[in-house]
Design a protein around this ligand. Sequence first.
Ligand SMILES: [Zn+2]
Length: 278
Amino acid sequence: MVFAVAGVPTNYKGKFADIFDWLRGMGLNGFEIQCTYGFKISPENRKIYNQEREKGIGLSMHAPYYINLGSLNEAVVARSKSNMKEGIELAKSIGVERIIFHPGGGHDNSKEGREKAITQLINGINEFTSEIDMGNVRLYPEIGGKAVSLGSLDEIIEICKKCKYCYPCIDIAHLHAREFGSITSKEILKAKLQKVKDELPDKFDKIHFHAYTINYGDKGEIKHLKFGENMPDGREGLPNLDDFIEILKEMNIDPWVVSEASDTQELGAKYMRDKYLS
Ligand SMILES: [Zn+2]
């Protein structure tokens, strides 16, 4: 089990090297490295990550946002492929086995346009993963938060079916937001996860989650909510994290859950971890 934060929480004011003790003090044991602006980690930090991984911290890595393997722009796709290869080498150097990435956008959003973008993305991944030694690194396409973004539940399942090295990153908040508030009950969320399990039986035990609550509008994601925060109109922030944790237990999922609650990711992660163990 891994309960993790996404990057350094804003509430943490100490030295980077000491953050892992701070996390352990709350019972947390995971950290998603945010390579938002590039797959770059300083030699000192690489050393710290290696030491902490050996001490039991679960490390995953979030790819830069400019990676876009489904783009209509060939130069963007070519650069994304070479960036992903660099990311895989970087992951291997610190023992990271999970790279999370956004399938992308900027495609033609008709049904055919989306299918074409997903096929291109699948072919691209299969091409560059066959050119290098993947070691233990696996790639996690993430559910996109905007309705127009690539990465619906069905698209993530399709990518994972057709790419040997891809595993699902189910961001339950993005799923809720891109479907305009679909996860209104425990049964609905459980049915979605059951679908992933049924469609990807060999990959389900390595599923990766992002879990927090989210504000959405008519285009999907607007903003991650803080842990415990309501929607601006006063409605409860969803998806319901208690339901989510109960489902993990009912489905015997060994959780790897990253909290992305706005400015409060450690509180969300601690809450879910405590609930899981209760
Ligand atoms: Zn993401």
